[in-house]
Design a protein around this ligand. Sequence first.
Ligand code: SF4
Length: 365
Amino acid sequence: MKFELDVVLIEERCRSSALAARLASAVAPEVEVRYVPDGRESARPLAGERDPFAAAKRRLVVMERRAPFLMGCPAGSAEFACCGYLVLVTASNCPMDCSYCFLQEYVADNPGLQVYANYAAAFDELERLGRSAPGRSFRVGTGELADSLAFDTLTAISRDLVEYFAQRENLLLELKTKTDEVGNLLTMDPCGRTLVSWTLSPTRVYESSEHRTAPPAARIEAARGVLEAGYKVGFHLDPLIAYPEAEHDYGELIENLFDVIPPQRISFVSMGGLRMTPALRAVARRRFPGDPMLLAGEEVLGRDGRMRSFTPLRMRLFASIRARIERRAPKMPLYLCMESASAYERVFGATPATPAALGARLVGR
Ligand code: SF4
C-alpha cells in the first residue's frame, strides 16, 4: 500500500466487521489502530491543524454508513447532457491530493478518509435498482466521492463488488482510479460486468497538480493488465485544462494511450473541462499556490455557479481532442461531462442522447 497513514480509527459498532479485521491485520505495524465511539466525529476536521484537509488524508476511519449507498451522480443536472451514471458510496475522500479536486469543497466538513464497513448492505439497494427497470442497463461506480482502488490493497472491497456484479445481467460496475493498484482485480473473473476507468492527464498536469497519483504511463500499463484479465476499460480526460500547450500535450497522451491499448477495446473516453466554484478555486489556490494549472486561461462563471475556461477556448480543445481520437478510433464512444447540450452540439455536431440512451451505449461496448 503506497499511501502513508498515521492512524486507523474503527467505530465500536464495526469492531467485529470483516472490513475492520482485514484492515487491522493489513496496515503497517507503525500505524496506530484505535477504537472510537462515533466515526462521524473522527472524520471531522481537527482544530489547530494548518491544513486540516491534508491532515485528514492520513486518518482512515472505518465506520457505518447511515445514509443510502446509491445516489445520483453529483455532476448530474438537467442543465447538462448527462450519461445516467449512478454512484455507489463505499468510501469518502482520497489519500491522493490533486490541486483541482472538488472534494476539497464537497467534503470539507468531514474530510477524514471514511470506509464503510456495512458496504454489503448496498447489495440490497442494487437488487432493487436492477429490478426497477427490466431491460435497462445501469452503470454504477464507486469513484466519485473517493478513488475506487486507492485503499484496495488494505480493504479488498473490490473483490466483493466484482463478484457481486459478475452475476448481474443489467448492472455494470465502474471502478475509477488514478492509481495502479489493480492487484486484487487480477485474481478475479469479472464476467464482463466490471469496467475499470482511469482519469488521464498529460505528464505536465500530473507533475504540477496530481500529487501522489500514479504517473500516466503507470495508469495506462495497469489498464493493459486489467484488460488482459477480462475487464472492460474506459478513460476520462477530465479535467481538461486549457493551458497553452494543452492541444499538443493531450494529443501526445492519446497517442501514448492508443499505442498500448488498442482503441477498439476501449469502452469509452469522456471529456470534461476544468470547472470550479469560486469557493473551491479559492481553497485550491490557497493550498497549492505554485500550481500553474490553477491560473491557466481566462475563466467565466457559468449558470451552475462554476468557473470554466472561456467557452471558445474550451470548445476548441474538446474539438481538437475529439479529432485526435477519431483519427485513430473513428467509432470510439465519446461523451462530455458537465457540459450543456449546446456545448455537445458544438463539439459533436449533433444533439446529445438522453441519459438512458447514452448510458446504454457506454455499458454495451
Ligand atoms: S485522485 Fe481523484 S479523488 Fe483523489 S484527490 Fe485526485 S481528483 Fe480527488
